[in-house]
Design a protein. Structure first.
Length: 333
């Protein structure tokens, strides 16, 4: 009889301890966590549940790695946990930690490089971006003009500007390869480099998306006919080498003057035939596509029309009339 009573007592004790363990686990799972202040944690790609648990424990985000692993498996979330950088607020409960990881609620760090910026300007933007680290005594060299694809780039804590630059290089090469593979026939462009040069000119000549292919068509027409391109942005690049003024008054800090058009640089397309020797900025994908799939028309000239776009013309006389209209608009601004 005593043995039976002892067995019953042992069962009750076991059940009590199990219940207490469950209650304690539930307390740790849903109650305030141990994190004392907001913290950013990077979960590396390919991390398993055990690795993630150890990382979160080391960062004091969770109180029990074992409970974390049990909770993840019981909730069948182990295949849903995603890599990336996460922001955990102070005291975050374990259930919310798991939900963040399973939902991919990643903290997004990003930097945007607009289309048409030179490589010098791009480095200035990256250097001024607070979220990107730059190792001490590391000075960023200016990448080759036209080698960086503009856009919005995500990064993680600890990444440097070099990380973004390398990604921009890779993306530009991919974009150029893709655009070149889809090019139309009979273009007066010998290789990808010439396509990149033309795209950079198109990018600087118009900020109106619907005009890109038309502007590209003008330059294609002029190249085919052996006419000088006579594009102001190339002249400006020859004067500044892409180290453009950033004070809001334009790259020269003044208007382009007639005497500038007589400045003999390799980029002066008023004096030198054909394309300039290299790109004059970093063009975007749409400018690349426009250069390699230009609009077919018989326009040879264009000038600003005062509305943000351009007036296109077929003859020099028509163009001169459009120039006169633009000068009146500019005089009244």
């Amino acid at each position: 009889m005593r043995g039976f009573l002892g067995f019953i007592s042992l069962l009750f004790l076991t059940a009590f301890l199990a219940a207490a363990g469950v209650l304690f686990g539930l307390h740790l799972y849903s109650d305030t966590g141990p994190l004392g202040e907001e913290r950013f944690v990077v979960i590396p790609s390919g991390s398993g549940v055990s690795t993630i648990a150890a990382r979160l424990d080391a960062e004091n985000v969770i109180a029990s790695p074992l409970l974390f692993k049990i909770a993840v498996r019981l909730s069948e979330q182990q295949s849903k946990l995603q890599a990336g950088e996460y922001k955990f607020e102070a005291g975050i409960p374990m259930d919310r930690v798991i939900n963040k990881l399973a939902n991919g609620d990643i903290f997004v760090r990003q930097v945007t490089i607009p289309e048409g910026k030179t490589s010098f300007e791009t480095i200035q933007i990256l250097n001024a971006h607070e979220g990107l680290q730059t190792p001490e005594k590391e000075e960023l060299s200016i990448p080759e003009e036209g080698s960086l694809l503009p856009g919005t780039y995500r990064y993680q804590s600890g990444d440097t500007a070099l990380t973004v630059i390398e990604k921009m290089r890779e993306d530009m090469q991919d974009a150029l390869d893709s655009a070149w593979a889809s090019r139309v026939a009979n273009l007066p462009l010998q290789n990808k480099e010439e396509a990149l040069i033309l795209a950079s000119i198109v990018e600087k000549e118009t900020g109106v998306p619907d005009e890109r292919r038309r502007v590209a068509g003008v330059f294609i027409n002029r190249l085919k006919k052996g006419m000088l391109l006579q594009t102001d942005p190339t002249v400006i690049y020859g004067l500044t080498e892409g180290r453009h003024s950033q004070d809001g008054t334009g790259p020269l800090n003044r208007r382009l003057l007639t005497k500038d058009l007589r400045k003999d640089t390799p980029y002066n397309t008023y004096m030198n035939e054909g394309l300039p020797p290299g790109p004059i900025c970093n063009p975007g994908i749409e400018a690349l596509k426009a250069a390699l799939d230009p609009e077919i028309h018989d326009y040879y000239y264009f000038v600003a029309d005062g509305t943000g776009g351009h007036a296109f013309s077929r003859t020099l006389d028509e163009h001169n009339r459009n120039v006169a209209k633009w000068r009146k608009v500019r005089a009244g601004q």
